[in-house]
Write a protein of this length. Structure first.
Length: 388
């Protein structure tokens, strides 16, 4: 993800800012790692769907369920997988709970996590301790980042059945080497489960090249979508061997036929829809579809390059000794950059007073630029911090 963004790409992002993110005028919004703004075109799609919903007789089933079909297709395109491997969900936690409850773990099996992870990827596994499953929380490096060398070493142990990681760590922006973890778990037979909410949309992900077993992602951050949107990827070879922990009424074969709803079915669907719980928020997924289409058109690789370029003023400031960057660089970096100052709490408040919207996480100021941000905005942030 090195190199500068082509001028054409920069112009495209500038045009998107002007056309789609006018609600951000007057502030410097650097908080997509918390909540991504909704583009105008996506908001309009949601409102148009709600207008149709006000007259339900004008909203045929084919159009209603067609929204979800398109959502699965677009999510699959993001990951370079097939739509049949995508189950739609209302949040990341749902997919992580599916993984924890559906994978056939037995007493004495071990799940390994990294310390200092976001709670969503920790709590579902901790519940398995009551069943005799060992849950090991691996120590982090001195920088506070996941210790990938240790995770790779433990992945080879015969008792380790699951390695569960965040693609991008929420409080530091550390991006795991998914290729190495994938290779290690393929070799050992352990399952690789990924919380991808802080990565998908700003980090290119190709699960054909780096296979994982289950991946969960919500739409409200880097995918610039409403709350209540998201998806679960389940590797095709796993789908039929996993029994859903909850039985949605449309998770079974034949349940698309609403004229025979009391012909109760016993076979779960052969694709990932067996893990879906209907009813889903159709209006929100209508907006999700528009946002994903916009991101795919812009190019996730170009988004990744652009966000890295936006970080340059802060890296230059750190090189002058004015702040300390607490995020990794190079291949382990992401769109998230965290900085620490002599008084991060005070300087976070100063940024907020100047109209800079960011987050304070684990003692550092977390800045998370997206495609609508500019290098100039980050340069202004650097100037504010330099005056501290």
């Amino acid at each position: 993800m090195s190199g500068k963004v082509a001028v054409g790409s920069r112009d495209t992002f500038r045009a998107l800012r002007e056309q789609e993110f006018r609600a951000l005028d007057g502030v410097t919004y650097l908080n997509s790692a918390s909540i991504g703004p909704i583009p105008e075109r996506a908001r309009a799609a949601m409102e148009a769907f709600n207008a149709r919903r006000s007259a339900p007789h004008l909203l045929p089933d084919s159009e209603q369920f067609g929204v979800l079909t398109e959502s699965r297709r677009l999510a699959a395109e993001l990951l370079n997988v097939t739509p049949g491997e995508i189950a739609l969900a209302t949040n990341t936690s749902y997919g992580l709970n599916v993984a924890a409850q559906a994978l056939p773990l037995a007493r004495g099996d071990t799940v390994i996590l990294s310390d200092r992870e976001f709670p969503a990827i920790v709590y579902p596994w901790l519940q398995l301790r009551d069943r005799g499953v060992n849950v090991e929380i691996a120590p982090v490096t001195p920088e506070g980042w996941p210790d990938e060398a240790y995770l790779l070493e433990r992945a080879a142990a015969p008792d380790v059945r699951v390695v569960a990681v965040s693609l991008v760590q929420f409080s530091s922006g550390y991006c795991v080497d998914l290729a190495r973890l994938s290779a290690a778990t393929r070799a050992s037979g352990a399952w690789l489960v990924v919380d991808a909410i802080q990565g998908v949309g700003s980090v290119p992900v190709d699960l054909t090249q780096t296979p994982v077993d289950l991946l969960a992602c919500g739409g409200q951050k880097w995918l610039l979508s409403p709350w209540g949107t998201g998806f679960v990827y389940v590797r095709r070879e796993l789908i039929t061997m996993l029994r859903p922990p909850l039985a949605g009424w449309m998770a079974f074969e034949g349940t698309d036929d609403f004229t025979h709803l009391t012909d109760y079915q016993t076979e779960f669907r052969a694709d990932a829809r067996r893990f879906e719980l209907i009813t889903l928020p159709y209006q929100d997924f209508a907006a999700f579809n528009v946002s994903l289409a916009m991101l795919l058109e812009a190019g996730i690789d170009r988004v990744a390059e652009h966000t890295r370029e936006c970080q340059r003023p802060l890296l230059d400031l750190a090189a002058r000794g004015r702040v300390r960057v607490t995020s990794p660089s190079g291949a382990s970096g992401s769109a998230i950059i965290c900085v620490s100052t002599a008084d991060s709490v005070r300087d976070y408040a100063r940024l907020g007073s100047a109209g800079v919207i960011a987050s304070l996480r684990e003692g550092s100021i977390r800045l998370s630029p997206h495609l609508f941000n500019t290098v100039d905005e980050l340069a202004q942030v650097a100037d504010l911090l330099a005056r501290a």
